[in-house]
Design a protein around this ligand. Structure first.
Ligand SMILES: Nc1ncnc2c1ncn2[C@@H]1O[C@H](COP(=O)(O)OP(=O)(O)O)[C@@H](O)[C@H]1O
Ligand SMILES: [Mg+2]
Length: 458
C-alpha cells in the first residue's frame, strides 16, 4: 500500500509536469521555449559540444604545438579540435552562439552541418550567419516562429526602413528603400501580397514620405488608406495620367540636383550631390513611394488604343525604375505574374526591380519570374509554400541569398486607422495634388435626443 502511495506521490507530479509541458509546447511554444526548451538545449550543448562537432565533421587535427603541449602536460589521448565556442546568448525564440572557425574551415562547412546540429541539439532549426572572417554565428531557433508571427521588439526600423515581416531565423526582415529602391512582390491570389503592402504602407505612413497608389482593382486594396495617400489611381486611365506626372516630378528633381551641382565653383566637395540625399535638408524633396497593387490589371488591354496607352505606361514605369532612386522615388510593385505576356518592355521593367519577394504561386514559371535570377533553390522553396499559410514568402536577400519570411497579421481596419491617424503627415507635393484621393468625410454622429419620441396619433 505504502508503495502505491509513494508511486502516486512521485508519479502524480511528474505526470502533471509532463502533461503541462506538452500542453505548453503545443499551445504556447514561446513560453515552452523560455521555461523548458532553453535550459534543456543549453545542457545538451554544454554536455555534448565536442562529440557533436566531431560527429558532424566540424573538427580539425590539432596543431603540432598543441600535440606537444598535451603530451608534455597530460597523459590524455590527442583528440581533434572543434571550433572554439563563444558565449551563448539566449533569446526569446532561440539561442545564439558564436564559433571561431578552426584553421581550414569555412562558414559553408558549418552551414552544411546545420541540419545535423539541429537534430543533435533538439531545436527547431539552425542558421549560420557570417559575422567576420573566422567567426560565424549559429542561430538556433527553438520553435516554428513563422506559425504565429510576432515581430521582435528591436526590429531595426528607421527612416525608409520598414520591418515588414519575420524571417525564419526569428530576426526582422526590413524593407530598406535606400538600399533596395524598387521591389517586386509576386504571388497567387490570396497568398498575402496585399498584406505585405499593408505593412509597408502603415510603416511609411508614420514617416515624412509621400505615398502614391495605383490599384486598378477599383481601389479595393488601397482606397482604405486614402487619408494618408498623396495620390491614388483606381483605373488604368487615371494611372495613365498619374505616371507622366510622376515622371515630370522626377525630372524636376533632377533639374534641382543639376542646379545644385552647377552652382558656384567654390562649393565644397561634400555639398556636390548626385542624388536628393546629398542636397541640404532645407532643399531636399520628400521621398515618394509608388505602390502598384496587381500590376496585370494596370496593363490589361481590350482595344488597340489601350495597347498604346499600356506601352506608354510601361515605358514610364521603366524610366521611374531606372532613374527614380536618385530622385527619391521608389517603386513597390505587386502582381500574380510578371512575364513577357504583360507587354513590350515588361521583362525590362522586371529586371529593374531588384528586390524580390515571392509568395505562394500556382506554377513554377511564376516563381522563376520572381526568383529565377537569385537562386534555383529559392524557386523550389517558393513552390513548396502551403496555401494554409498566407503571408509566407521567399525573399531575396541583399547578400544574394534568400530566406523564408512571413508577415504578421494586420487587419484592414487597423491599417486604415493608422493612416487616418497620420493623415496630417501627407507632405505638400504640388505635382501630385490633382491626384489626391477624396476621403469620404467621417459620418458625423448625431447627438442623441433625450426626449423620447411619442406617436402623434392618440
Ligand atoms: N501573414 C498573414 N497571417 C495571417 N493571415 C494572412 C497573412 N497574410 C495574408 N493573410 C490572409 O490571407 C488572405 C489573403 O491575403 P491578401 O494579402 O489579400 O492576398 P493577395 O493580395 O495576395 O490576394 C486574407 O484574408 C488575409 O487576411
Ligand atoms: Mg491583393
Amino acid at each position: 500500500m505504502s508503495e502505491l502511495t509513494t508511486l502516486m506521490e512521485v508519479g502524480g507530479p511528474i505526470a502533471a509536469c509532463g502533461g503541462g509541458a506538452a500542453y505548453l509546447r503545443a499551445r504556447h511554444p514561446a513560453a515552452y521555449w523560455s521555461t523548458v526548451g532553453l535550459p534543456v538545449s543549453v545542457a545538451r550543448i554544454l554536455g555534448s559540444y565536442g562529440s557533436v562537432m566531431d560527429s558532424c565533421g566540424l573538427t580539425v587535427q590539432p596543431s603540432r604545438l598543441r600535440v606537444l603541449a598535451t603530451r608534455a602536460t597530460t597523459r590524455r589521448e590527442i583528440r581533434p579540435v572543434p571550433p572554439r565556442r563563444g558565449l551563448m546568448r539566449p533569446t526569446s525564440t532561440g539561442l545564439w552562439l558564436r564559433l571561431r572557425l578552426a584553421p581550414g574551415q569555412e562558414p559553408e562547412d558549418v552551414a552544411a552541418a546545420a541540419e545535423r546540429l539541429r537534430h543533435a541539439w533538439g531545436v527547431h532549426s539552425v542558421y549560420v550567419q557570417d559575422v567576420k572572417p573566422g567567426v560565424v554565428e549559429l542561430r538556433l531557433v527553438g520553435f516554428d516562429v513563422l506559425s504565429r508571427v510576432r515581430m521582435p521588439r528591436k526590429a531595426g526600423g528607421g527612416f525608409l526602413r520598414i520591418p515588414v515581416a519575420l524571417r525564419e531565423d526569428a530576426t526582422a526582415s526590413v524593407r530598406d528603400y535606400r538600399a533596395i529602391p524598387h521591389q517586386l512582390t509576386l504571388g497567387a491570389t490570396l497568398s498575402g501580397k496585399s498584406m505585405y503592402l499593408r505593412h509597408l504602407i502603415t510603416g511609411l505612413a508614420r514617416q515624412p514620405v509621400a505615398l502614391v497608389g495605383i490599384d486598378c482593382k477599383r481601389g479595393v486594396e488601397l482606397a482604405p488608406f486614402a487619408s494618408r495617400l498623396s495620390a491614388l489611381a483606381t483605373d488604368p486611365e487615371q494611372a495613365s495620367e498619374l505616371l507622366p506626372a510622376l515622371v515630370d516630378l522626377m525630372e524636376s528633381r533632377y533639374d534641382l540636383i543639376k542646379a545644385r551641382q552647377g552652382i558656384a565653383p567654390s562649393t565644397p566637395d561634400e555639398e556636390i550631390t548626385s542624388d536628393v540625399w546629398g542636397l541640404p535638408e532645407s532643399e531636399r524633396p520628400v521621398p515618394v513611394v509608388l505602390f502598384v497593387d496587381e500590376v496585370a490589371e494596370l496593363f490589361l488591354v481590350t482595344t488597340r488604343k489601350d495597347e498604346e496607352r499600356r506601352d506608354e505606361m510601361v515605358t514610364q514605369l521603366i524610366r521611374l525604375a531606372q532613374l527614380g532612386r536618385a530622385a527619391g522615388i521608389y517603386l513597390e510593385v505587386c502582381g500574380q505574374r510578371f512575364g513577357a505576356e504583360l507587354g513590350k518592355g515588361a521583362t525590362m521593367l522586371r529586371s529593374q526591380l531588384s528586390g524580390r519577394v515571392c509568395h505562394r504561386v500556382n506554377d513554377e514559371a511564376s516563381a522563376k519570374m520572381a526568383l529565377g535570377d537569385i537562386a534555383p533553390e529559392a524557386v523550389g522553396a517558393a513552390c513548396a509554400i502551403a496555401p494554409e499559410r498566407p503571408g509566407l514568402a521567399v525573399a531575396g536577400d541583399t547578400s544574394g541569398g534568400w530566406t523564408r519570411v512571413r508577415t504578421p497579421y494586420l487587419s484592414l481596419a487597423d491599417a486604415s486607422a493608422v493612416c487616418q491617424e497620420h493623415a496630417h503627415l501627407v507632405p505638400d507635393v504640388p505635382a501630385l495634388t490633382p491626384f489626391r484621393p477624396v476621403v469620404p468625410a467621417e459620418p458625423v454622429e448625431r447627438p442623441a435626443s433625450l426626449v423620447k419620441p411619442r406617436p402623434v396619433a392618440d
